[in-house]
Design a protein around this ligand. Structure first.
Ligand SMILES: [Zn+2]
Ligand SMILES: [Zn+2]
Length: 382
């Protein structure tokens, strides 16, 4: 489509008064002399949350939310970390910064930057759906809002989380009744703990893969209540019958590995926003796909952006182009920053290579018809 291919999304030209600009190292606040979730090593980095595309090794000083300190340090031990309580203000070079809940994962924050009467907010990743493992998203009024757009297409609409977890519970209950283990693949940081905190722990024992346990510990250290969860590796081969009634939470990388053999007969499922796409589910080759995301869906992105009152919106990652176009149609000033968010191993882990190609091309200049055709019937009815 010609109109889309000529659409210039990357050229967000900077005005001298801009509080955040794009630099090769990452998003930068010139007045405050700090970076936001930089992808190259810098002197001072403000980190919105501990996912690996936003929180990287190698910076000299880190500033992050106190709520997220345990998870951040479990991923990046020994960093020089200063923390702020949500809402607490800090002066950086004459610029007032504060962190506000983003509802994405434990400790996730939006960064509010105020200088000379202007207010910008950088969202990091966020969602509006309730999540017992982290503080709820808090709308912050601002002039300019820097937003993610991971699921920024109208096809992405989530069911209420309770509906999804009811589905997980009945899948698990059914498997347990058949004497079959239930193996649920999901990201080890954030999604796994949200699942653990939300399923009905009365159905049977819960186990996790070794990659999930350190994050569980960090969540518990931060005061998040999780049900009792044992490590799969604690069970001797002679006792493996215990798995027949169990829910086993594992990272996507465990799929297809020899680690699964110990469970004997099992049903597997995958929990991700990408499960909205039939193609993603098919390529995953799992019995069930649960559409569960820690990102805002299309309506929630719109709600969140509207709630900021911002007249200018800058989109960082995901389906950038459709979101920028939609924002301009709403009469807002909209543009994009080219970033390296969204292509981390955590998120890539959940996608097949094809899905990644589809996702990044949609963020570029191609049309979205391919994804629309991938939509399954249930999605278009919801
Ligand atoms: Zn994230
Ligand atoms: Zn991200």
């Amino acid at each position: 489509m010609a109109s889309e291919s000529t659409f210039n999304i990357a050229a967000q030209s900077a005005a001298p008064s801009d509080l955040v600009v794009a630099r090769p190292e990452g998003l930068y606040c010139p007045a405050g002399n700090f970076f936001v979730d930089p992808w190259q090593p810098v002197e001072r980095a403000v980190i919105t949350h501990a996912h690996s595309d936003h929180a990287r090794f190698g910076h000299r000083h880190y500033l992050a939310s106190r709520a997220g300190a345990s998870v951040l340090l479990s991923r990046l031990p020994d960093i020089s970390l200063q923390t702020l309580a949500y809402g607490e203000r800090l002066d950086l070079n004459g610029v007032a910064v504060s962190l506000h809940p983003a509802g994405h994962v434990l400790g996730s924050a939006q960064l509010r930057i105020e200088h000379c009467g202007r207010v910008w907010v950088a969202s990091g990743d966020y969602k509006l759906d309730p999540d017992p493992t982290c503080d709820a998203f808090e709308p912050v009024r601002c002039d300019t809002f820097i937003t993610e757009s991971t699921f920024g297409l109208p096809i992405y609409r989530w069911d209420p989380p309770q509906t999804v977890f009811d589905g997980v519970d009945s899948w698990w209950r059914h498997n347990a009744a058949q004497g079959r283990a239930s193996v649920l693949f999901c990201y080890s940081f954030g999604k796994a703990q949200r699942v653990l905190a939300s399923v009905d722990a009365g159905i049977g024992p819960i186990f996790c893969h070794g990659a999930v346990e350190p994050l569980n510990r960090a969540y518990r250290d931060a005061g998040v209540h999780l049900p009792p969860v044992r490590l799969v590796s604690e069970i001797a081969p002679k006792d493996k019958a215990v798995f027949k009634q169990a829910l086993i939470v594992a990272p996507p990388s465990a799929q297809g590995s020899a680690w699964l053999r110990r469970f004997g007969d099992y049903s597997d499922a995958f929990a991700s926003g990408w499960m909205r796409l039939r193609g993603a589910r098919r390529r995953r080759g799992v019995d069930r796909g649960f559409v569960l995301s820690d990102h805002a869906d299309w309506p929630a992105l719109q709600t969140a952006i509207h709630a900021t009152g911002a007249q200018r919106v800058i989109v960082t990652h995901g389906y950038v182009e459709p979101m920028v176009r939609w924002l301009r149609e709403q009469g807002l000033e909209a543009g994009a920053f080219a970033t390296q968010y969204g292509d981390d191993t955590v998120e890539a882990d959940a996608l097949g290579g094809d899905d990644i190609a589809v996702q990044s091309s949609a963020a570029g200049v191609q049309n979205n018809e391919a994804q629309t055709h991938e939509l399954d019937d249930t999605a278009s009815r919801s």
